[in-house]
Write a protein that binds this ligand. Structure first.
Ligand code: SAH
Ligand code: SF4
Length: 387
């Protein structure tokens, strides 16, 4: 007699519909032998109404709901922490499979509501003033994990029985990670942000921020028309090499040429946003302001100054308001549109560069960084990661 071993067929993984771009959603239904208009219905249920249960989709037949629940799911990131600041800023920490966590921030400002979205767990680029960079890199986020941040934020404003108000008017890809290094997923997620049957945001109000992955900017020009922000932070290559190491590969001249190319590829006239984090006595002297004004002379842009947001052991200081205003005034007098990014959500650590999440670092950079800090500062903290 032989033993009978029960064989279990491996169950195919369900497709998470939250992460399907409009085009892929259509293909999904076509592959099922269904009409493409089903995609519109699903997009509306998932993104506009915020439904995560097929049973609630009243204009979808029972048979179709049954079929969908067998092969698909709607799964959004798990929220492990949520806080609201005195100024209305909201912050979510979301758990990612594998033990890491990412952060998403919502900033209300008059009739605008801006959501700052993460694209990766950590970042591989290691800019010297950025706490995300100091935590190393784990992995790219999936489309579902990127758009899931918008889904969760939009849902948080829902009131039972009432039609959803559009509280998110702008999205900036300025959370954790370098969006151009997670190109395909970020492009699909941004398509959902702008799609009429999903979040319906204007292309002018979805902004991708990059530290300067030049070849990917040319690729972006072929597939997207979102607004662009570039993290410049220095007016010359030697200084930028120190602050933004990817500059050694793609120096300023090449970066500005790629930004020009992207801006010229847009169907309408828009200005490039130049982000410049001001760090005391590093890049905030008058000579830097003068050099910056010269550098950007032929680039239609607005300059966004971000006073450095300190984090433990960064070794950098935030300049005084006087220094910040002096820098701004000089550029302003040179004819530039200049804004200063005010720190919001101070009481809940929601400022730029303070989005720390919790990165299960694969590069072991955070370990090296902590070791270096201990050597140089004699510090004895064992971790700078906040969960
Ligand atoms: N990787 C992308 C987007 C995420 S960072 C990029 O670098 O553009 C979003 C913005 O916050 C960038 O301009 C970045 O330089 C800035 N930033 C990072 N750390 C900061 C800090 N500690 N203080 C102020 N701004 C910071
Ligand atoms: Fe990465 Fe941007 Fe931080 Fe640089 S500033 S380490 S590119 S997230």
């Amino acid at each position: 007699m032989t033993d009978v071993v029960e064989q279990h067929e491996p169950q195919p993984e369900k497709i998470n519909l939250l992460g399907l771009s409009p085009k892929k959603m259509e293909q999904f239904f076509v592959d099922m032998g269904e009409k493409p208009f089903r995609a519109q219905q699903l997009l509306k249920w998932v993104h506009q109404i915020g439904i995560d249960d097929f049973e609630h989709m009243t204009n979808v037949s029972k048979a179709m709901r049954q079929k969908l629940s067998e092969i698909a799911c709607i799964e959004y990131p798990e929220i492990i922490y949520h806080d609201v600041s005195k100024d209305g800023t909201k912050k979510w920490v979301m758990k990612m499979p594998g033990g890491s966590a990412i952060e998403t921030v919502y900033i209300p400002e008059g009739d605008r509501g801006t959501l700052c979205v993460s694209s990766q767990i950590g970042c591989s680029l290691d800019c010297s003033f950025c706490s995300t960079g100091k935590q190393g890199f784990n992995r790219d986020l999936s489309v579902a994990e990127i758009i899931g941040q918008v889904w969760v934020a939009a849902k948080s404003f829902d009131k039972p029985g009432e039609k959803r108000e559009r509280r998110i008017t702008n999205v900036v890809m300025m959370g954790m990670g370098e969006p151009l290094l997670n190109f395909d997923h970020v492009v699909d997620a941004m398509d959902l942000m702008m799609h009429d049957f999903a979040y319906g945001l204007s292309k002018r109000r979805v902004t991708l921020s990059t530290s300067g992955v030049v070849p990917k900017l040319y690729d972006l020009a072929k597939v997207s028309d979102v607004s662009l922000a570039v993290s410049l932070h220095a007016p010359n290559d030697p200084l930028r090499n120190q602050l933004v190491p990817i500059n050694k590969k793609y120096p300023i001249k090449e970066l500005l040429a790629a930004c020009d190319h992207y801006m010229n590829s847009l169907p309408d006239r828009r200005k490039l946003t130049v982000e410049y984090t001001l760090i005391e006595k590093v890049n905030d002297e008058m000579e830097h302001a003068k050099e910056l004004a010269e550098l950007l002379r032929n680039t239609p842009c607005k300059i966004n100054l971000i006073p450095f947001n300190p984090f433990p052991s960064s070794g950098y200081k935030r300049p005084s308001n006087n220094r910040v205003y002096k820098f701004r005034d000089y550029l302003h007098n040179q004819g530039y549109i200049v804004t200063i990014r005010t720190t919001r959500g101070d009481d809940i650590d929601a400022a730029c560069g303070q989005l720390v999440g919790n990165v299960e670092d694969r590069t072991r950079r955070s370990e090296r960084h902590i070791k270096m800090r201990d050597i140089t500062q004699g510090g004895n903290e064992t971790t700078q990661v906040q969960s």
